[in-house]
Design a protein around this ligand. Structure first.
Ligand SMILES: C[S@@+](CC[C@H](N)C(=O)[O-])C[C@H]1O[C@@H](n2cnc3c(N)ncnc32)[C@H](O)[C@@H]1O
Length: 737
């Protein structure tokens, strides 16, 4: 540090004593880091998140559905399978739901890291962060012939606000921390591609230079043309995206990529040599004499009468056509944009990128069997291409809809590969679920026992307060099970890290009977399987009007709570009928109801302008409200059948056969220990879903062979808003009751 003059030292003290910020010049005098050029933004810090939360497997997809009990054409060679089609060994691909900051930090510092390293580490990361302001979280949902624009949920809106709320400052802060975590996770010879456009390419390039210490390789211009780029006065139309390629170290894996152009031989400028090889020539260019000698030995030199040298370039030729090979450069003009994708490829996800783009990237920077990742996966393009090219994958997204779209897409890829007799891998869907919530009430383990207990109590009280505020409830005292009161109903809040169980509900009902309470809401993050809808009937039979409502993850966002934006949805209801035939069982879906409300018909009618229309959701019905030129209102119910609400459903024919195990850190020696959470993993064995191309849905599953005896079947339904609901039924197979 240069010696400060007495005057400078006194000035610093004066500023500090007055509580004022120091003038900028002291940044360069006081700090050790001598970087002359540095990217700085408001709030820049080198601190990165180091939280480790255990991943929770919520679903496992080993095999796409079998159509008949004897359809056991398992994947041919890649893995050892058990008789249920479960992949017994090797890496299972991962689709993780949650904020990528917590996910990256848990991957980097937690036990999954060893599993990643055992696969050779992350060789390639592709990310396509939300750089297109606002385009990411809205989604068109199709209902019959109409389309309903699903607005972002609060959590998604918050991510959006966190990213863009303070303009460029917040975007850089968001991406910088995540890029630092990604760099640490990358394999030593790994590389990263970051997709962006004119809005943030300048900033991201500088941030990447900072994080990857200048290991820059390419600024790829993906010129998709065709989109009918809007021509804006005073500038050229913007019709390309930018993809920046950086590596972790100087040595990294890369393979050149060629395109092949098929051109008719006649008039192509190609000739045939004496042995029938097809070639064209070009001037010697920069070749040294030494190189010319080498090429001469290979028979690639042609000299004319004046002694001018030309180099021969050979290409494949089939008698009619020449197959001209050309190395792909850094301007990609041969990949059309998403609007021109085939209908089979289109998922309906607003920011979906073409598979051809990812295919080029994966071929250049990964080998078969390598692990590739995408931490902003959207509709799952990276995962789909990785699966098709035999790479392993790990992808994540914050949006529920993104996760659901990726799940359907990857099942589709598995089905396609299975039909073609090719290998595919199992994948699992994970989240940080209750651990993310526990983190919220987590206590500091280094405190003394008494202090830990006090801290836990305080945090739990704060949590309860938060939920009651989000639900806009008045606090109540003097009850064993109730915490608040809202619009004549008593409100009970379930535990933060456990599902609301039957026992919990029974305690609530007991207090209702003792104190003559008839209207009750129970709020929970999760509800014990099979609790619904029977428990509502039980309550009704004793004169209690009981409503079970999900606490959304959005409650952890103070701003959303303050603005009363948090919506608590009622738990949906599924009805199914098991069908037994000898030693096999199938499931028929017989009813599904949801109770969502968003906006109201009355409000839409009162506020709609003439010749306008709006779609609202009221008490489980989607209604189109329109006004004609004379202001006459028309209401059309779009969800005519209960099946209109269903986007996807799947069956686990033997639930409880796979326990959910998490790895948690031991407090005594810091090692990792496996613990059963008390839950089971939903094994997705049969599924039917709508796609952008095929809107049909089957309502009866295929028959599945089981061992004789009693079995628990689990049925999961995902509604058109992307919310999961599950039910369990018990069935006796093979005549034994
Ligand atoms: C531009 S889209 C990616 C589209 C994707 N490349 C595709 O082909 O479908 C960006 C995605 O980032 C997700 N996202 C935004 N913030 C996130 C966060 N903090 N953690 C995880 N995902 C996030 C959004 O949900 C969105 O799906």
């Amino acid at each position: 540090m240069p010696k400060l003059t007495d005057q400078e030292q006194q000035e610093i003290v004066r500023f500090i004593e007055a509580g004022q910020p120091l003038p900028d010049k002291y940044r360069f005098l006081l700090f050790e880091d001598k970087r002359e050029v540095e990217l700085v933004w408001n709030g820049k810090t080198n601190e990165v998140c180091n939280v480790v939360l255990p991943f929770q497997v919520i679903e496992q997809v080993d095999e796409p559905r079998a159509e008949k009990p004897d359809d056991n054409a398992l994947q041919p060679s890649l893995f050892t399978m058990d008789n249920r089609g479960r992949q017994l060994k090797g890496w299972t691909n991962k689709l993780i739901w949650g904020d990528n900051k917590l996910i990256l930090s848990s991957l980097k510092n937690g036990p999954l890291r060893a599993e990643i390293e055992a696969q050779g580490g992350l060789k390639l990361i592709y990310i396509d962060p939300p750089f297109d302001v606002g385009a990411d979280f809205s989604m068109d949902i199709e209902i019959g012939d109409d389309t309903f624009l699903k607005k972002p949920n609060i959590l998604e809106e918050i991510a959006y606000r966190d990213t863009w709320g303070r303009g460029a400052d917040s975007f850089i802060a968001m991406i910088y921390e995540r890029l630092m975590l990604m760099r640490d996770l990358l394999a030593e010879d790994g590389s990263i591609y970051v997709h962006c456009d004119w809005r943030v390419n300048g900033l991201i390039r500088l941030v990447l230079d900072d994080v990857f210490l200048g290991q820059f390789h390419n600024h790829i211009v993906w010129s998709y043309g065709g989109r009918g780029a809007k021509s804006i006065g005073g500038q050229f139309p913007r019709n390309h995206d930018d993809i920046l390629l950086f590596s972790k170290n100087r040595d990294y894996q890369f393979r050149r990529v060629d395109t092949i152009k098929k051109i008719p031989f006649n008039g192509s400028g190609y000739r045939l040599d004496e042995v029938g090889r097809c070639y064209r020539t070009a001037p010697r260019g920069m070749y040294t004499d030494e190189s010319i000698k080498r090429l001469e030995a290979e028979g690639r030199i042609m000299q004319n009468s004046k002694g001018t040298i030309r180099i021969k370039y050979f290409e494949e030729y089939d008698g009619n056509f020449v197959y001209e090979k050309k190395q792909v450069g850094d301007v990609w003009e041969d990949i059309p944009d998403a609007m021109h994708m085939s209908t089979t490829e289109k998922t309906g996800y607003g920011t979906q990128k073409p598979e051809a783009l990812l295919e080029r990237i994966l071929r250049a920077s990964s080998n078969e069997g390598d692990l590739v990742a995408d931490f902003f996966c959207g509709s799952g393009t990276t995962a789909a291409v990785a699966e098709k090219l035999g790479r392993k994958w790990l992808v994540c997204d914050l949006g529920k809809f993104a996760i659901h779209t990726t799940r359907k897409r990857l099942i589709g890829v598995q089905r396609q590969l299975k039909t073609e007799g090719q290998d595919y891998r199992a994948f699992e869907i994970l989240n940080l679920g209750k651990y993310e919530r526990q983190h919220y009430v987590g206590v500091n383990p280094s405190l003394r026992e008494e202090e830990q207990r006090k801290q836990a109590e305080e945090k739990e009280a704060a949590f309860l307060e938060l939920i009651l505020r989000a639900y806009q409830t008045q606090k109540t005292e003097g009850f064993a099970s109730f915490h608040g009161k809202k619009a004549g109903r008593l409100v009970s809040v379930g535990p933060i890290n456990l599902p609301v169980t039957r026992l919990f509900v029974e305690a609530v009902m007991l207090e209702c009977r003792q104190k003559h309470i008839t209207k009750v809401d129970i709020l929970g993050f999760e509800f014990e399987m099979g609790l619904f809808p029977n428990v509502l009937d039980d309550a009704r039979n004793i004169g209690i009007d009981l409503a079970l409502k999900y606490i959304p993850r959005d409650v952890f966002d103070k701003r959303a709570v303050e603005k009363h934006q948090v919506v608590f949805h009622d738990v949906a209801a599924i009805e199914v009928k098991p069908l037994v035939k000898k030693n096999s069982v199938a499931v028929q879906l017989t009813d599904f109801s949801v109770f969502y409300s968003q906006d109201s018909v009355a409000h839409a009618e009162a506020t709609l302008k003439d010749k306008a229309r709006r779609i609202v959701v009221e008490q489980g019905q989607i209604v189109k409200v329109s006004k004609d030129a004379k202001g006459i209102v028309k209401r059309t119910v779009l969800t005519k059948k209960w099946t209109d609400w269903i986007d996807y459903w799947s069956v686990d024919f033997d639930f409880q056969s796979k326990r959910e195990i998490v790895r948690v850190q031991r407090e005594d020696n810091g090692g990792w220990e496996e613990r059963w959470t008390g839950d089971y993993i939903f094994e997705n064995e049969w599924q039917s879903f709508r796609t952008k191309k095929d809107r049909s849905l089957e309502l009866t599953s295929a028959y599945h062979e089981c061992l004789p005896g009693r079995h628990k079947l689990a049925v999961k339904v995902v509604d058109i808003f992307g919310n999961d609901t599950m039910t369990i039924v018990e069935v006796a197979v093979g005549g034994k009751k």
